[in-house]
Design a protein around this ligand. Structure first.
Ligand SMILES: [Mg+2]
Length: 320
């Protein structure tokens, strides 16, 4: 069982629009997270820009702070650092999703390069913009807080930048879209930081035992974002829409309200599948390790919390 000293459970089931079967919580230091993120946004966004407005809308109040909810289980000091790192990756996504695909890949490479202390120290003035510099410094801070995890932190983030936007394909089937969306939604970095937040390391064998469950939870996470963000995203200009609604419209030849309803059913089916896979893990051996049990508990709070946040976030109330 996870310690509940630093967070509380949220009664998400009373919230209209919330449909996840998983629980949700919120960290006690949510207002510190909001303050830290607003400082990071101030440093790293052009004043008055679209990305600044979007980022500020994500962090308006402590009781609806997405990182304090989704990563409620993290140690308080780690929560601040991991939230700032992921927020900057999120702002990068907001900026680059509107760029032409090739151009956005160049921007992802710059962020990857900023994670090296040597590159930061030896950079020409102007080589990294303020967002890239702050991102590099925050990664260095996380590495200094936990030197044994330093290599892995950089590896996980570098892999994210390499893969999350690696295709400009217009997907026409959910079978192809869903695996891409798991990486594209940032699930592999977020689930890594769920573990890092509680100083949890899974052995290769432990991770292998929950691999299918983890993938299924990633699908729920990515598709839940699609469900709630479609109304905002439908009008966006991009050469590579990343939402299951248009995929379902093409695959089944249906209109978007029908595709959205279909998507909700797919998410609920996937949640059911994740629960079956979890049960399989729990029944597979006589004693499942405490690390695996802790990860399952934390990732359920992440996925349940994400649905709750999307259902209540001002960001997704636009045009609805
Ligand atoms: Mg979205």
């Amino acid at each position: 069982m996870l310690s509940k000293i630093t967070w509380d459970t949220i009664n998400a089931f009373e919230c209209p629009g919330h449909f996840s079967r998983f629980p949700a919580g919120i960290a006690h230091n949510a207002s510190d997270v909001v303050d830290a993120l607003n400082k990071a946004i101030e440093i790293s966004c052009t004043p008055g820009s679209k990305e600044e407005r979007k980022a500020k809308t994500r962090h308006l109040s402590a009781d609806n702070e997405p990182f304090a909810i989704c990563h409620c289980t993290a140690f308080p000091d780690r929560l601040i650092v991991l939230s700032s790192i992921i927020e900057l990756a999120w702002i990068n996504d907001d900026v680059t999703e509107e760029l032409e695909h090739k151009q956005s890949c160049v921007k992802h490479d710059i962020l990857t390069n900023s994670m090296s202390l040597d590159n930061l120290v030896n950079a020409q003035i102007g080589q990294f913009n303020p967002r890239e510099t702050l991102f590099g410094l925050l990664v260095q801070k996380a590495c200094a807080m936990d030197p044994k995890a330093a290599t892995k932190i950089v590896e996980v983030l570098a892999n994210y930048f390499k893969t999350f936007d690696s295709s400009d394909e217009h997907f026409v089937s959910m079978a192809k879209y869903t695996p891409y969306r798991v990486a594209n939604s940032g699930y592999w970095i977020s689930s890594y930081f769920i573990r890092w937040g509680i100083d949890l390391t899974l052995t290769d064998a432990e991770y292998e035992s929950i691999r299918d469950f983890d993938f299924s939870m990633g699908a729920v996470l990515g598709l839940t974002n699609d469900y709630f963000s479609w109304e905002v995203e439908r009008g966006q200009e991009t050469d590579r829409p990343r939402n299951a609604v248009p995929v379902l419209m093409k695959e089944y030849g249906v209109s978007d309200p029908i595709a959205k309803t279909l998507l909700k059913g797919i998410i609920m089916d996937e949640e059911e599948k994740a629960c079956r896979l979890k049960q399989k893990v729990l029944e597979s051996t006589d004693s499942v390790s405490p690390a695996v049990l802790q990860y399952i508990e934390a990732i359920e709070l992440y996925v349940g919390g994400s649905c709750y946040w999307h259902a209540t976030a001002p960001r997704y109330k636009v045009q609805q």
